[in-house]
Design a protein around this ligand. Structure first.
Ligand code: NAP
Ligand code: MG
Length: 402
């Protein structure tokens, strides 16, 4: 008998290799066991183009309404994709569109598997990265200067107050200048999102910045985090969570020496760079999950990797592929478990956790895709194809649940 999921989940289909895996997961790991209402939005490149990208906004609004979404990887078109798919326009990144509708923070968490040792021997528990996804160099204004002159920051208050001018540099020759900003509202909502996530996951919060050098800009972030953690200190204490502020260089050193198990809150650029470092350190992009959490508690789950284009082209040529489906499966289990939690249906949460345990056990018993085979300890001598891995998990799931 299928397990009934009380409320719907928004499903966002995607592109290339992940689209193929997406359907296999649904058909083999979910449909046979779950009675679930999926609100389907096709974010595949072709359908985004056909709808002039309205489907992405509709999907984001559906998550706003329903509360939980799960998303396949999607192509962010560049010039060559515009040609490849004969697109009407170079549509925006769907993730950027969804993020701007939900105004959320992205948390990336690696999946830990016994026989896939992290590159850093001391890491035993996940290092979760929370990236502030607004402002700084990602919304900057910059220019190259080619003649001597003076660069200044000018602030003009609304309503006719006196202009404030700050000198950046007197250029004696060519050089380069950049101006960037952030807002208190965005930083505060980032700090709150980190606090909520940490309480949910019962992990400490680390935040690092360079406030010794950037006393005002980075100092502003430090102060907002201090205020928000102070305001919530009773909730943090009740959950057994510590907040630590460090210099960013100290944070990097401490993370490497730690055994993991913390949320590392990062400024935008740090999060961009460090999330790739941490993902690689934990083994494979195929083991990195990602969740977007909005300040009002909406969740969108996905794998951190892209559509795995290279494998897809092999697949199109008729060659066998060995693409890791684990992060995609965990996107589904993350969404299903959260649904069960919010609905108060422990059997639904239990299904998700069971599936996750089976995936991990399957790898630990020696069945895994090529990306993992290359780093597994002890060594295994053969790898599973894309479908074979999913079939192995499905077989174990059937045995467990019947
Ligand atoms: P990618 O899909 O992340 O794959 C890059 C490489 O990482 C692959 O070629 C493969 O390495 C390895 N890899 C990633 N996921 C894997 C998995 N599940 N199993 C095994 N190996 C895996 O990045 P991309 O190929 O640069 O980008 C393809 C498309 O994805 C682009 O159009 C981009 O816009 C889009 N993208 C979407 C998202 C999203 O929707 N969230 C995120 C990133 C990129 P090997 O080739 O060495 O096997
Ligand atoms: Mg990056």
């Amino acid at each position: 008998m299928a397990i009934k999921v009380s409320n719907p989940i928004v499903e966002m289909d995607g592109d290339e290799m992940t689209r193929i895996i997406w359907h296999a997961i649904k058909e083999k790991l979910l449909r046979p066991f779950l009675d679930i209402d999926l609100r389907y939005y096709d974010l595949g490149m072709k359908h985004r183009d056909d709808t002039e990208d309205r489907v992405t906004v509709e999907a984001a609004n559906a998550i706003k309404e329903i509360g939980i979404g799960v998303k396949c990887a999607t192509i962010t078109p560049n010039a060559s994709r515009v040609k490849e798919y004969n697109l009407k326009e170079q549509w925006k990144s769907p993730n950027a569109t969804i993020r701007s509708v939900l105004d959320g923070t992205v948390f990336r968490k690696p999946i830990i598997i016994g026989n896939i040792p992290p590159a850093v021997a001391t890491w035993k528990k996940p290092i979760i990265i929370g990236r502030h996804a607004y402002g700084d160099i990602y919304k900057n204004t910059e220019c190259v200067v080619d003649v001597p002159g003076t660069a200044e920051i000018v602030f003009t208050p609304d309503g006719g107050g006196e202009k404030r001018v700050f000198k950046i540099h007197d250029f004696k020759g060519p050089g380069v200048v950049m101006g960037m900003h952030n807002t208190e509202k965005s930083i505060r909502s980032f700090a709150r999102a980190c606090i909520n996530y940490a309480i949910n996951e019962k992990v400490d919060i680390w935040f690092g910045a360079k406030d010794t050098i950037s006393k005002q800009y980075h100092g502003f972030f430090r102060d907002v985090f201090a205020e928000e953690t102070e305001k919530t200190k009773d909730r943090l204490k009740a959950a057994g969570i510590q907040y630590r502020y460090m210099l960013i260089d100290d944070a990097v050193a401490q993370v490497i020496k730690s055994d993991g198990g913390m949320l590392w809150a990062c400024m935008n650029y740090d999060g961009d760079v460090m999330s790739d470092m941490v993902a690689t350190g934990f083994g494979s992009l195929g083991l990195m999950t990602s969740v977007l959490v909005s300040p009002d508690g909406k969740y969108e789950f996905e794998a951190a990797h892209g559509t795995v284009m290279r494998h897809y082209y092999e697949h199109l040529k008729g060659n066998p592929t060995s693409t890791n489906s684990i992060a995609l499966i965990f996107a589904w289990t993350g969404a299903i478990a959260k649904r069960g939690e919010l609905d108060g249906t422990p059997e639904v949460v239990n299904f998700a956790r069971t599936l996750e345990d089976i995936v991990i056990k399957t790898v630990e018993d020696g069945t895994m895709t090529k990306d993992l085979m290359l780093i597994a300890t002890p060594k295994v001598d053969k790898y599973a194809l894309t479908e074979e891995f999913i079939d192995a998990v499905a077989e174990r799931l059937r045995r467990k649940l019947s």
